[in-house]
Design a protein around this ligand. Structure first.
Ligand SMILES: C[S@@+](CC[C@H](N)C(=O)[O-])C[C@H]1O[C@@H](n2cnc3c(N)ncnc32)[C@H](O)[C@@H]1O
Length: 223
């Protein structure tokens, strides 16, 4: 049956206009101490790995309202953030300024965006399930990561079918042993966690529902 789905940028523009903060509503959202994130395994582990490392360059793909990007900037990283939603991009700029952080924001579709630098950290948090051809985006991330650098990825897995309330824009979950985990086979897994059937708490505007996730932090091997 034909379904009328809207483009991701229109959908997220609307959500971001309606809510001052759609994601990361917790006040400690920019804390740089891993213990501030008992609810986010990915953030905890990322901060644990970055602790004591010299801050380098970071890229946040599908940065939303910029929380991960701003946190990295506060840690001293030189951060580029990419967003398809213009409303999100404006919020990242405003929230970064409010937080005293510097983030370079680009409005672009990550399916057509080629990172042009070598990054120490690339984050793609909650975005790849909106991308059909994930291989293009993930290999682009990998090529833009310097040896020894990390990729931090979270996406919906197909373990839980997409809840009806999310049937608004096209969604392409990946299998736990799907293309994303296979593409990182040659990288060292700092974290690979299949979170199954977890109640959604990140936003509050939809009826209660559940998701499964692939959470991955992988380190590019030295050349
Ligand atoms: C679930 S939100 C996650 C936001 C942020 N990464 C976070 O963790 O708070 C997904 C974001 O990806 C963005 N997005 C979706 N498809 C995209 C694409 N093709 N290119 C760039 N951004 C995209 C959306 O606009 C939205 O802000």
């Amino acid at each position: 049956m034909y379904k009328c789905l809207v483009h991701a940028s229109d959908h997220f523009d609307r959500l971001y206009r309606q809510h001052e903060r759609y994601w990361w509503r917790d006040k400690d959202r920019y804390a740089t101490d891993q213990d501030a994130y008992p609810y986010s395994l990915l953030t905890q582990h990322t901060l644990r790995l970055l602790r004591g490392q010299p801050a380098g360059r970071a890229l946040d793909l599908g940065a939303g309202e910029g929380t991960d990007a701003i946190r990295l900037a506060l840690l001293g990283y030189q951060v580029d953030a990419v967003e398809v939603s213009e409303v999100a991009a404006a919020k990242i700029r405003r929230f970064a300024e409010d937080a005293g952080a510097k983030v370079h924001v680009m409005v672009a579709d990550i399916r057509k965006f080629t990172p042009d630098s070598s990054y120490d950290v690339i984050i793609c948090n909650g975005v790849l399930h909106y991308v059909d051809k994930k291989e293009l985006v993930v290999t682009g991330m990998q090529e833009a990561t310097r040896p020894g650098g990390i990729n931090v990825v979270s996406l919906w897995s197909s373990y839980t079918p997409i809840p009806d309330c999310h049937d608004v824009i096209p969604v392409f979950c990946d299998d736990e042993d799907g293309i994303v985990t296979r593409l990182y086979q040659g990288w060292r897994k700092e974290l690979l966690y299949f979170e199954r059937d977890k109640a959604e708490t990140a936003h509050s505007d939809l009826p209660s529902h559940r998701h499964s996730h692939i959470k991955l932090i992988a380190r590019r091997p030295p050349d």
